[in-house]
Design a protein around this ligand. Structure first.
Ligand SMILES: NC(=O)c1ccc[n+]([C@@H]2O[C@H](COP(=O)([O-])OP(=O)(O)OC[C@H]3O[C@@H](n4cnc5c(N)ncnc54)[C@H](OP(=O)(O)O)[C@@H]3O)[C@@H](O)[C@H]2O)c1
Length: 250
């Protein structure tokens, strides 16, 4: 089966491509570094020829609702239009648990994406996942100012991107299922503790400070709004084991 992975070079996308190939399917990677820009459309013509399913795991890093809505709307419209033209039978989109329960700018784009997929002409499946294990390290890099790293007070239920990829491929090779149960990790963790564990693991000496963010997004981070709601599926790899597996080998 030929599966197009939009964003197949990203954090979860590269795992999706691996899993597609490991399971004997053909992966077509759509990303700018592979010559396909799904916002401008450059290189996109004919990219879905012969494709049975599309997995959309594209992203743009932004806190701006306007930029996020523009990005996810452009990419989704393009993929759905090209999918309809090429006779793609299944569009699978990855979203985030709680996108409609927090007024975060980036989440506005994810909500817009979900609505377009739901009302689009290509049969669809939407999976919402929690933060990936990789998120704590990304947050460390993005929020480090000199020796200080300010981390939002946040309850998370992190999941390995590889386990999200396995679920996405399972869904893409099955029948379109609409909204499916959330996918989270095996346990609820504090984001500050995860960032501290990341820093310890990588030998970083920064001072990690937990900060309660103001406003609705900060409240949603603290009150569990970004955790899975039953019925949900759960990965098995804990953050601690995932970090341990990434230890340098000699
Ligand atoms: N990160 C998390 O913790 C998390 C949790 C749950 C759900 N999600 C969702 O999972 C999805 C993937 O997230 P991620 O963290 O894996 O993203 P990521 O690492 O930032 O990767 C983004 C991907 O999108 C591609 N891309 C960006 N702009 C593009 C464009 N104009 N045209 C074509 N491809 C483009 C990038 O490739 P090029 O740069 O080569 O174009 C890359 O392959 C997102 O929708 C996100 O909302 C993320």
């Amino acid at each position: 089966m030929k599966i197009a992975v939009a964003g197949g070079t990203g954090t979860v996308g590269r795992h999706v491509v691996d899993v597609v190939r490991e399971r004997g399917h053909e992966a077509v990677v759509l990303s700018r570094s592979n010559g396909v820009d799904l916002v401008s459309g450059s290189g996109a013509a004919g990219a879905l020829q012969g494709v049975a399913a599309v997995v959309d795991v594209t992203s743009r890093q932004t806190m701006s609702a306007k930029a996020s809505v523009e990005f996810f709307t452009s990419v989704t419209r393009r993929l759905l239009a090209a999918g309809q033209e090429a006779g793609v039978g299944h569009h699978v989109a990855l979203s985030i648990v709680g996108v409609d329960r927090a007024p975060h700018g980036y989440y506005a784009g994810k909500v817009a994406q979900e609505r377009l997929v739901e009302s689009g002409a290509v049969p669809w499946t939407i999976l919402r996942a929690t933060q990936f294990h990789e998120f704590a390290g990304q947050l460390y890099g993005r929020t480090k100012r000199g020796p200080v790293v300010a981390v939002p007070r946040m309850k998370s239920e992190p999941v390995a991107a590889r386990e999200v990829a396995e679920r996405l491929v399972e869904l893409a090779t099955g029948a379109p299922a609409g909204r499916v149960p959330d996918l989270g990790g095996p346990r609820v963790e504090s984001m500050a503790a995860m960032v501290r564990a990341y820093a310890h693991h990588t030998g970083e000496k920064s001072l990690i400070v937990e900060v309660p963010l103001p406003g609705g997004t900060g409240r949603a981070m603290r009150d569990g709004s970004l955790l899975t709601q039953a019925p949900a599926d759960h990965g098995t790899l804990t953050y601690a084991t995932w970090l341990w597996l990434r230890r340098p080998t000699v």
